[in-house]
Design a protein around this ligand. Structure first.
Ligand SMILES: O=C[C@H](O)[C@H](O)[C@H](O)COP(=O)(O)O
Length: 231
């Protein structure tokens, strides 16, 4: 196992300590969340009874392969705990997520959960969000108008930078919801709340990767051990 994979598994195992029998779990997406699904599956095989709502088709597939019982958010609209990875986390536990394109379902699931534990290796910790390009999920209709509106909205906050349509090879990347992703390289985002509100005001924006006020704790794994940040 690579060092990076080992740290992801360390964080996943530390989060597992917060899972109790009978819990309704939100299951995140991305490589760290997949490490969590695998360690959760071990416990399920040992008799732990939980149900999970997956935040992507990929996580759903992994759960089916490893035997983690699934439900849907329609069947189980209130969850006890969401466990998910992140692309960045700042000292106020604000996040940038969506590097894998799962931000919309991840945010719906996090908002439906009483608590959200974020798992990551310590390299994801930053002083100010924004080195990681902010994923913005948009409707395909009127894409150029949406680009321009995002540029204008960000510009009013003094933010500028490249907006790039995410692609898989030569083709646009489509999310599980059938939308597109614009990755916005704004650089430092000093006021994530203001940017969030400005982006929500753009009609073509479906969701964005700023997760504000959702994470209740963050488990960070490094070579020196596990550190937990609480809100
Ligand atoms: O859309 C993807 C998710 O927000 C992931 O949780 C995030 O990109 C972190 O992924 P990873 O654990 O692979 O670094």
């Amino acid at each position: 196992m690579s060092d990076a994979a080992r740290l992801k598994e360390d964080a996943a195992r530390a989060a597992l300590a917060h899972v109790e029998g009978g819990m309704r779990l939100g299951l995140g997406s991305g490589s760290t969340s997949e490490a969590f699904v695998r360690v959760l599956a071990e416990q399920v095989r040992e008799g732990l009874e939980i149900v999970g709502v997956p935040t992507s088709e990929r996580t759903a597939r992994l759960c089916r392969e490893t035997g983690v019982p699934l439900t849907t958010l329609d069947e189980t609209p209130e969850l006890d705990l969401a466990i998910d990875g992140t692309d960045e986390v700042d000292p106020a536990l604000r996040l940038i997520k969506g590097g894998g394109g799962a931000l919309l379902r991840e945010k719906i699931v996090a908002a439906a959960s009483a608590r959200m534990i974020v798992i990551a290796d310590a390299s994801k910790q930053v002083e100010t969000l924004g080195a990681f390009p902010l994923p913005i999920e948009v409707n395909g209709f009127g894409l150029v108008a949406t680009y321009l509106a995002i540029e204008r909205a960000a510009g009013l906050l003094g933010l500028s930078g490249g907006l790039t349509l995410r692609k898989t090879g030569e083709e646009p990347f489509f999310t599980d919801g059938g939308h597109l992703i614009i990755d916005a390289s704004f650089g430092r985002i000093p006021d994530p709340e203001a940017l969030s509100a400005a982006l929500y005001a753009v009609p073509g924006v479906v969701e964005h990767g700023l997760f504000l006020g959702l994470a209740t704790s963050v488990v960070l794994a490094s070579d020196t051990g596990i550190r937990v940040l609480e809100r």
